[in-house]
Write a protein that binds this ligand. Structure first.
Ligand SMILES: C[S@@+](CC[C@H](N)C(=O)[O-])C[C@H]1O[C@@H](n2cnc3c(N)ncnc32)[C@H](O)[C@@H]1O
Length: 241
């Protein structure tokens, strides 16, 4: 399933590139697993929302030959453009500045697929967000979201070992599969096709913990405390009808 990512990582230079580029659990691996549940065709037009530094974009362009609009809030389009040039995907990867909460500059029904890895939880936790984004996807197209989550809702009972890592923002964004499912079930004109825990969770996290990003040191402590008991990675796929 992860043949592209494994092949990519078999090269030392690529491993180094990934270690300097990851912003969370290996987005290339997460993107590859989620993409395997979709029927992505060459030249499909994909909105990669919250693409960060574009590891999911790289996967979608190089593995599938898709045309990917790569939007992000924290990483500038210029930084992504230069990276896309350096890895030879700039003809099919179009970087743009995006704040999903403020509307996007696209025609209705423009995309075959809205694809988002490790970002939707930051902005997608309201009833309004999915309807506001699905208009950009053509009828019969798909919305595919992969996000870190928890196996059950903590509510007021945050496990003791997780309390040092739990604050209001984490509590707002890190939710269970049932919580996300209930939120998406309120949206009309979509068919939820698949909500599941992803297989790559452990590996994507352990690859992230080798990255050079400054938050890794804190995440190593968090993952030691978590010990495989609470976290999962949630994949949600819906068809626009
Ligand atoms: C943990 S990083 C993950 C980046 C990338 N998807 C990855 O997995 O490597 C979360 C990303 O969500 C993006 N993000 C957060 N809020 C956003 C918003 N309102 N609109 C667009 N992107 C947003 C950030 O810019 C950031 O790049």
């Amino acid at each position: 399933m992860n043949s592209f990512t494994d092949q990519f990582l078999s090269n030392d230079k690529n491993t180094e590139f990934l270690k300097t580029t990851m912003m969370g659990p290996n987005a290339m691996r997460v993107a590859e697993e989620m993409a395997s549940y979709l029927d992505i065709q060459e030249k499909n037009r994909i909105l990669d929302l919250g693409c960060g530094s574009g590891l999911s974009t790289l996967l979608l362009v190089k593995k599938y030959g898709a045309c990917v609009f790569a939007g992000d809030l924290w990483i500038s389009p210029t930084e992504n453009y230069e990276r896309f040039q350096s890895i030879g995907i700039d003809d099919n990867a179009i970087p743009f500045a995006a704040d999903a909460t403020k509307g996007l500059p696209f025609a209705d029904r423009y995309f075959d697929l809205l694809f988002t890895v490790d970002a939707y939880h930051y902005f997608g936790d309201t009833e309004e967000m999915l309807p506001s984004l699905m208009r950009f996807v053509k009828k019969g197209g798909y919305i595919a979201v992969a996000i870190p989550g928890i196996k059950y809702e903590f509510g007021e009972n945050v496990p003791e070992e997780m309390q040092p890592f739990w604050n209001d923002e984490v509590a707002r964004t890190i939710r269970s599969m049932d919580w996300w499912k209930a939120l998406w079930q309120k949206t009309e004109n979509i068919e939820i096709e698949d909500i599941r825990e992803m297989d790559c969770c452990k590996q994507a996290w352990s690859e992230w913990l080798t990255a050079y990003h400054p938050v890794v040191a804190g995440d190593i402590k968090m993952m030691e405390a978590e010990g495989g008991k609470y976290f999962n990675f949630i994949q949600m796929i819906a068809k626009v009808v």
